[in-house]
Write a protein of this length. Structure first.
Length: 47
C-alpha cells in the first residue's frame, strides 16, 4: 500500500466528507455545527 492509499486520497466507493463552509474544518458525519467556528453551514461531499 502506498502513501496515497493510506491517506485515502484516491478515494473509494461511497467516500463521504463533511466540511465547514465557513472555515473549511473537516467534521464528522453527525456534526450539526462546526466544532471550530460554530457555523451550521456544513458542506457534504461524496467521491
Ligand atoms: Zn467552521
Amino acid at each position: 500500500m502506498g502513501v496515497l492509499d493510506a491517506l485515502g486520497v484516491r478515494g473509494h466507493d461511497g467516500t463521504t466528507r463533511y466540511e465547514c463552509r465557513n472555515c473549511g474544518r473537516e467534521l464528522t458525519a453527525d456534526a450539526e455545527e462546526c466544532t471550530g467556528c460554530g457555523s451550521g453551514e456544513i458542506a457534504h461531499y461524496e467521491f
